[in-house]
Design a protein. Structure first.
Length: 287
């Protein structure tokens, strides 16, 4: 089941939006000073309908008649959401129910009992590489556990319109000092076009081990971290906290410079604490 063309995907997206199957609304961008680190907020009132914590319920306006499998806490109210099967059928490529980007993807394991606190495996990374090769200008993220900003427990990747806001700060040696938290980054010299899932898994396992050491997490316990794949780079961000204060939180996209909120009051909390301090506490402070 090949990935549809960009035009086909956008046509499906627009039709689902017109029929109110998916949520997609306008957003306002707010740039803030973060000590030289690029950081923007997107105020998206439409995301009020999105559950923001594992276990939170969808609003009554959503069709909850069909789950994404017996073990899933995610719903598939319309089969048109599913665009393709990836990696030989281990994952569903779908349009996200709650969108800020056009389009925006969620990629779920077809085994609905897989959990978001599990590290990535070779099938997840094979799927991610297939997405990066088959979808235009998309970066892939993984939020491992609630401590890394996930809101659903069924294991899933996401695809967002690139580039990540602060990407250059991670890959430009002269700018890396502006990043407030520890991270690990690797450039695939052969490119994502030629890299294999085994290549990606080797790098990921190395970074996961380093993350475990940094967080002092014992073998077998959940290792909270974010993963970002874009432009032949893998970036892994160790996470100490899923939230700072009452509501200052971020997933992988937020840690890489684009935090999505539903109201100005959430930005105000970041500013009150200090944006750089929030990021330092969400991750592991450098230095």
């Amino acid at each position: 089941m090949p990935i549809p063309s960009e035009d086909e995907i956008l046509a499906t997206f627009d039709q689902l939006y017109a029929e109110s199957v998916i949520i997609y609304g306008p957003h306002e961008k707010v740039e803030v000073d973060c000590g030289g680190y690029p950081l923007e907020f997107r105020i998206c009132p439409s995301l009020l309908k999105k559950p923001h914590q594992v276990g939170a319920e969808l609003t009554s306006s959503f069709d909850k008649s069909k789950k994404w499998g017996p073990g899933s806490d995610m719903y598939c109210p319309d089969e048109r959401l599913i665009l393709s099967k990836l990696n030989g059928g281990t994952h569903d490529l779908a349009i996200n129910l709650f969108c800020v980007d056009r389009p925006q993807y969620v990629v779920l394991t077809t085994d609905s009992y897989r959990k978001q606190y599990e590290p990535l495996d070779i099938d997840d990374l094979g799927t991610a590489l297939e997405m990066l090769r088959g979808l235009k200008d998309i970066y892939v993220i993984y939020n491992c556990s609630e401590g890394a900003g996930c809101s659903r427990s069924h294991k899933h990747l996401q695809g967002l319109v690139g580039p990540p806001r602060a990407f250059e700060a991670f890959v430009d040696v002269e700018r890396q000092s502006t990043v407030p938290f520890h991270f690990f980054a690797y450039h695939f010299e052969q490119g994502f076009e030629s890299a294999t899932a085994s290549d990606a898994l080797d790098v990921y396992r190395d970074f996961l081990g380093k993350t475990r050491e940094l967080l002092r997490v014992t073998e077998g316990d959940v290792v909270a971290h974010n993963v970002v794949l874009w432009n032949d780079w893998m970036i892994v961000v160790p996470r100490r906290n899923g939230m700072v204060g009452a509501s200052a939180s971020a997933n992988a996209a937020g840690m890489l410079g684009s935090a999505w909120v539903t109201d100005q009051k959430y930005i105000d909390e970041w500013l009150q604490i200090g944006c750089r301090s929030v990021l330092e506490q969400l991750g592991v402070k450098r230095g």
